[in-house]
Design a protein around this ligand. Sequence first.
Ligand code: ADP
Ligand code: MG
Length: 375
Amino acid sequence: MATINITNLRKEFGSDGEQIVAVNDFNLTIEDGEFLVFVGPSGCGKTTTLRCIAGLEDVTEGSIEFDGEEVTHQRARERDVAMVFQNYALYPHMTVRKNIGFPLRLSTKQSTADIDDQVEQVAELLGIEPLLEQKPKELSGGQQQRVALGRAIIRDPELFLMDEPLSNLDAKLRSTMRTELQELQQELGVTTAYVTHDQTEAMAMGDRIAVLNGGELQQVGTASDVYRSPTNEFVASFIGSPSINLFSVDVKGDTLSGPGGFEYVLEDLSLVEGMDQVRVGIRPEDLYLTSDGSIPGEVTVVEEMGNENFLYANMGEVDLTARIESEIHPVEGMTVMFGFDEEDLYIFNPATKEALKTKTSDTGVDYDQYLQAGQ
Ligand code: ADP
Ligand code: MG
């Protein structure tokens, strides 16, 4: 188990002229035993950061420490790290037993019997004992991914690094494997850095989530932190599905006025002090239909999801998305009014894109009301 400290990490690719800065000024501590998820769009530097931690890339600047010991210039095999990739990278000619035992045969002098014992324990943990004598091509995608995990677990490393390990699985299996992986990580207690481009997966799995964009760390926090209190417009728009509605409005006195007849009188004027214009954000689930709302919208599409409806509407040039009750079916072409509560409103500085206001609604829950009487 290890605490990982990453300080001022920078990674450039290419030689003079064609420099690509894949990771820039990256600072992060991954706590001992933590499940930390790196999330961000394709090309934002997730894989490169992970490979720097693993020792598979020479870093351009900065340092990496495992439990206070600097490893920046140690090679991969000197670091006590096991990596799991999207494409499994199993040896096709070896059985599952041989594949899982491979790291031990390579790096220790243990007897075949000892290695077999450990392979069987790991296979039991992953529920793949019946497959031990089979070859990878005889296995389903999910089974292959379990074998790849087994090969990482058997090394009993200080740190797991996983790069989109579930991306090749179908949606249903992916969600089962998410839960399994989380349970497994909790059971083993091994510090884990996990990469995904899928914000839903990140939200579901991470103890904390590190949001990256353009090689730079935008924010680190719990799912609730990045959803409720994004540091900037990028995080607000990347986290949450469907995405937050974002548009520019003019500030006139205490009134925000925007495209297509948007008018909203702020209760708390201090939020936009000194600004002529701001960007506002409202999450689809925070819009509701009401005759005295401040957002007129012409309905374009209603998607029925069964438990709720997604309502798409135009407010002038701006496309809006709202999540509404499944019972409500406005028809295409109807002009409706949306309302929202100021505590759910996000406001961003249009120049810096930094958040001026995020959700302030209370999340304090009194759990007593859910417990069986007398507990
Ligand atoms: P992600 O995993 O988030 O999709 P990557 O870390 O793979 O992103 O890539 C970050 C940036 O670095 C991209 O612009 C990518 O093209 C570039 N990059 C990654 N690996 C190399 C490499 N070996 N040589 C040159 N450029 C690279
Ligand atoms: Mg990648």
